[in-house]
Design a protein around this ligand. Structure first.
Ligand code: ZN
Length: 306
């Protein structure tokens, strides 16, 4: 083949490949690379107050910086202290907060969240927490990437919470000392475990409490081959109620409408085997597309004046 044709086909292929990878306006290759790194042994299981937890915080800080997210009080690090239940000492938790200013309603906010902490190292074994919750945290970074390119109408606060595994402590701190008035926070989208499902099912929890959201989100990513199902929020005997299962519970207690994205617990939940190798990259990318879609819809809905 002549050289110029080689070049043509090669560059053409690159263009197609990269446009597919970025088809929903976040880089899916980067997403998979991120979850691999964030759930690697080098992060030491990301336990609150431990070296691994701090490494995770610096990783998020670096990504926030690259995306030029804005800061509250000139920092992304928002620390809080709480009593160590096993010793007479304090543990320091750190929420990582960045934000993007809205174009038309900058004083109205959506909070997109995930928790970055996990269980650390126990008896010498590292709990990498790939699904729980490297998946939600790296999804948060991809959503921030999307809105950095396509600025929202309302402002968006991105929060990676600490100490969720110790009782939703990071989100409880956030709603008790919010960086903006709570009344200006219109919605919370929380993600916790979204990267694998044997049944190809991703749940949207929260619309039982906020039925107006169900109408809005009824056709979310209807082209996705994932089964996107509303549920796990009605307190019925048939399914577990996840209303307070993760950080969205702290927003719900303050009567802030929320939607939580997650999958049912799997055999590796809170085990040393919750590793990168066990996530389903294709399912995960689709989950993040669903999350971007929800965020876009909520932004355009909230863009309307009261
Ligand atoms: Zn979790």
């Amino acid at each position: 083949m002549p050289t110029f044709l080689c070049v043509f086909f090669f560059t053409g292929w690159c263009f197609l490949a990269s446009s597919q990878e970025k088809s929903h306006c976040f880089d899916s290759t980067l997403l998979i690379h991120s979850i691999q790194e964030f759930s690697s042994d080098s992060m030491g299981g990301r336990e609150t107050g431990e070296t691994g937890g701090m490494k995770a915080q610096y990783y998020i800080q670096q990504r926030y910086r690259q995306l030029n997210l804005l800061q509250f009080d000139s920092t992304y690090f928002h620390a809080f202290n709480f009593a160590n239940p096993f010793k007479k000492s304090k543990i320091k938790g750190v929420n990582l907060i960045g934000w993007i200013k809205g174009q038309t309603r900058p004083n109205k906010y959506m909070v997109i969240s995930s928790h970055h902490d996990h269980l650390g190292i126990r008896n010498g074994a590292i709990y990498n927490g790939a699904d729980d919750n490297a998946s939600g945290t790296c999804a948060l970074l991809s959503i921030a990437e999307y809105f950095s390119s396509y600025p929202p109408s309302c402002s968006i606060i991105f929060v990676a919470f600490d100490a969720e595994e110790m009782g939703l402590l990071g989100s409880k701190h956030f709603v008790s000392k919010p960086p903006v008035p709570l009344k200006n926070i219109l919605f919370n989208l929380n993600m916790d475990m979204i990267s694998r499902s044997k049944k190809n099912e991703l749940f949207i929890c929260g619309t039982h409490h906020y039925p107006q959201l169900k109408i809005l989100l009824n056709t979310v990513d209807s082209l996705s081959s994932t089964n996107v199902i509303f549920g796990h929020d009605s307190g019925s005997m048939r399914t577990e109620d996840w209303t307070f299962a993760s950080d969205h519970g702290s927003f719900h207690k303050k009567k802030i409408p929320f939607v939580y994205l997650g999958v049912v617990d799997h055999e590796d939940y809170h085990k040393t085997t919750d590793d990168f190798e066990r996530i389903d990259p294709s399912f995960y990318i689709r989950s993040v597309r669903v999350a971007v879609d929800i965020a876009k819809r909520m932004d355009s809905e909230n863009a309307k004046e009261d």
